[in-house]
Design a protein around this ligand. Structure first.
Ligand code: NAP
Length: 298
């Protein structure tokens, strides 16, 4: 399958393009960016052209791997789907329900395959953890993700959208949901509060009665940064260990293979654009709950 990467920033170049350039069953054809010099530099790093001509690149590929801010992704995803390209999307799919539904609708209308790169879902350790979870009667779960997004050594320190007050929920919440929802069921309601330093705490109610808690921050001190994931029930506390550092390109390669499989078989993928849009509904409800200080249904 012939792929273009849309985006020329750190994540686009070092994860999406690097994984595609090394993939045994995919071909990286080119990189699109809004800045021609940056797109060329990103392309040069992987031996492909960089371009600002989106339509020409879309006409030349079977699929796109998008790594752009979530406010930018929906329009480009819709254009790519309408051009007949399969979509490997980034999380969150969008920052509004309307934009997320537009992406999911374009995917359905064009009959293309889609996968959202919810990194944890493309790791063997998560599959094993979810199998254990499926064999247990679970009552709840928890995710903590304390990030130091703007620390001097963070590759994300110049990301504009991550500096918005609501961003920790939209940036890290999709990963939390990608683990809690398959284990505990779809989220139906949320309550939440934001601490003075911007840390967001959310209580999620899952269909079937389980509850979970999520704590996310973009501005944690480097000494407190880290991730914790668990669910609990009759089998005890099932802890998912954080992955090794710099393993995202391996997860991306698995996502590429699963997109290709979905495209070939016409089958749905559990992390497709429709699931990405469902996540956006939960994130929007959680954001409303934080702002209102009151329970919100999804
Ligand atoms: N799955 C994961 O684990 C994971 C991890 C990290 C990031 N991500 C996702 O990857 C995506 C990209 O993240 P990022 O870290 O690279 O930071 P970002 O701040 O989301 O994106 C920065 C890049 O987007 C480009 N850009 C910004 N506004 C644009 C516009 N209006 N039109 C075209 N391009 C625009 C920038 O171009 P210039 O260079 O020209 O400014 C820069 O290359 C995000 O959706 C993020 O959520 C996912």
């Amino acid at each position: 399958m012939r792929f273009a990467v849309l985006g020329s920033g750190f994540w686009a170049t070092e994860v999406h393009a690097a994984s595609l350039a090394a993939h045994p069953d995919a071909e990286l054809v080119g990189i699109w960016g809004r800045d021609g010099a940056k797109a060329s530099a990103a392309g040069e790093r992987h031996g492909v052209p960089g371009t600002t001509d989106l339509d020409a690149l879309l006409a030349d590929v079977d699929a796109v791997s998008i790594s752009l801010p979530p406010s930018v992704q929906p329009d480009l995803a819709v254009r790519a789907a309408q051009a007949g390209c399969h979509l490997l999307l980034e999380k969150p799919v969008a920052l509004s329900v309307a934009d997320a539904d537009r992406v999911a609708g374009a995917v359905a209308d064009a009959g293309v395959a889609s996968v959202v790169f919810l990194t944890y879902r493309f790791r063997d350790s998560t599959a094993t953890w979810l199998e254990q979870a499926a064999r247990s009667t679970l009552v709840g779960g928890h995710v903590t993700w304390l990030a130091s997004t703007f620390a001097a050594d963070s590759p994300f320190r110049q990301s504009v959208w991550r500096a918005e007050p609501g961003a920790p929920l939209w940036d890290l919440g999709p990963h939390a949901l990608s683990l809690l929802e398959p284990a505990l069921g779809p989220v139906v309601a949320a309550q939440g509060a934001r601490a003075a330093d911007g840390t967001v705490n959310v209580v999620l109610e899952h269909e079937g009665g389980a509850t979970s808690t999520v704590t996310v921050s973009a501005t944690a001190s480097p000494l407190s940064a880290g991730e914790e994931f668990w669910v609990h029930g009759d089998a005890g506390r099932l802890v998912l260990l954080p992955p090794p550092a710099r393993s995202a390109h391996e997860a991306h390669a698995v996502a590429v293979s699963e997109l290709q499989a979905a495209a070939l078989t016409g089958g749905a993928h559990p992390c497709d654009a429709a699931y990405g849009a469902a996540q956006v509904r939960v994130l929007a409800a959680a954001e409303r709950a934080v702002e209102a200080g009151a329970r919100q249904t999804v």
